[in-house]
Design a protein around this ligand. Structure first.
Ligand code: UDP
Length: 237
């Protein structure tokens, strides 16, 4: 079967890696992500991943406890590199070749991010994992996902969450919350819908990059997406 996308960017939050643990990385969850990624690599899809760090450290929460914001954001970016290495390890265990590329140089453990290099790896069938966000404080890994997806010409940004998609209100708190099948960038921004932060949405809007928000706890969803099935919520035009 011909996949619906040739190149996708998958955004995994740090929190998603925690699973039922209170902190850090759940071995079970990371292996599940790795095998779901392998499934679509085996279908011939080029896969890039941006990984968050919220399971370890977030600059904004650190700032609330007295950590200087810029220092906290640096700590947060380093946390994403820890997650990137864990994901790399889990994927390589399945026999898939990967590269971690970081926005903050640390060449003893990963390659520096260079757009052309990232694309070359993808063309060779390697899973590219982007660590350290965009490398600057005051940004999020959602913005990094939007930026990297645009830079590498990914056809879609697949944002993994714990719910089925985008809702008009928090579905965990409100039973009557309604899920959108499709929603526009401007509606997301105007209504303040919880998809990604405004910087990330604006970048996608300006560059016509569609976003699909889907439940990553349902195994097989990533495969369905690349098979062209409608899953989650599509954010575009
Ligand atoms: N961060 C940053 N610049 C970036 C990306 C991330 O400063 O380009 C920091 C920021 O402190 C953020 C933390 O890294 O809170 C972890 O990333 P994020 O909160 O986006 O992770 P997620 O919510 O996806 O787990």
């Amino acid at each position: 079967m011909k996949p619906a996308f040739k190149r996708i960017l998958l955004k995994l939050s740090g929190e998603a890696l925690m699973g039922n643990e209170k902190f850090g990385i759940s071995g079970e969850i990371i292996s599940s992500f790795a095998s779901q990624i392998k499934e679509i690599v085996d279908m011939g899809v080029e896969v890039a991943v941006v990984i968050g760090g919220g399971n370890i450290f977030r600059g904004i929460s650190g700032a609330a406890k007295g950590v200087d914001r810029v220092t906290g954001d640096h700590m947060g970016m380093l946390a994403t590199v820890i997650n990137a290495l864990a994901l790399q390890n889990a994927i390589e265990k399945l026999g898939i070749s990967t590269r971690v590329l970081t926005a903050i140089e640390m060449q003893k453990i990963a390659e520096p991010y260079i757009k052309r290099r990232a694309i070359r790896h993808l063309e060779k069938g390697r899973v590219v994992i982007f660590g350290a966000g965009i490398g600057n404080p005051y940004f999020t890994t959602d913005t990094a996902a939007a930026l990297r997806a645009i830079e590498i010409n990914a056809e879609i940004l697949a944002k993994a969450t714990k719910v089925e998609g985008v809702y008009d209100k928090d579905p965990v708190k409100y039973k009557e919350a309604k899920k959108y099948d499709k929603v526009s960038y401007s509606e997301v921004l105007n209504k303040g819908l919880k998809v990604m932060d405004a910087t990330a949405i604006s970048l996608c809007m300006e560059n016509n990059l569609p976003i699909v928000v889907f439940n990553s706890l349902v195994e097989g969803n990533i495969k369905k997406l690349v098979e062209g099935e409608t899953i989650g919520t599509l954010v575009e035009g």
